[in-house]
Design a protein around this ligand. Structure first.
Ligand SMILES: [Zn+2]
Length: 123
């Protein structure tokens, strides 16, 4: 990443790697598609282990909650070619995403995780 001295550096935020896919999707509202476009999510409707995602560019599809899925991996690795133009993902959101670090031993465990130990994780 390019550091610009004139700009306040984007605050880094940390999410635990073990956060499940749905929690991350609901928090970040971004979806890395197989084609390499980063879509903005208009809605995430969770129903048990599946969720229906709707992008701002009008696509709707079902995904399964998995930390090891292609999408979960790509989301963590920031594996995308460019933001979807039709979705109009705002610049600040892309920057915020760029400043997000997925770490095994550090960071927020998002609500809804089954293995959050009381008192241990700061949210
Ligand atoms: Zn899109």
């Amino acid at each position: 990443m390019v550091e610009n001295a004139n700009l306040k550096p984007t605050a880094k935020r940390y999410y635990r790697k073990k956060n499940d896919l749905f929690s991350l999707l609901m928090k970040m509202k971004l979806w890395p598609s197989r084609s390499g476009a980063l879509h903005g999510l208009k809605s995430v409707e969770v129903k048990g282990d599946t969720a229906v995602l709707t992008t701002h560019c009008g696509h709707s599809f079902k995904v399964t909650n998995s930390r090891r899925s292609r999408a979960a991996r790509w989301l963590r690795n920031k594996n995308y070619a460019e933001p979807c133009r039709a979705c109009g993902v705002p610049e600040w959101k892309i920057e915020k995403y760029g400043g997000t670090v997925f770490s095994r031993g550090h960071g927020a465990v998002l609500p809804g995780q089954s293995d959050v130990r009381a008192g241990k994780e700061a949210l």
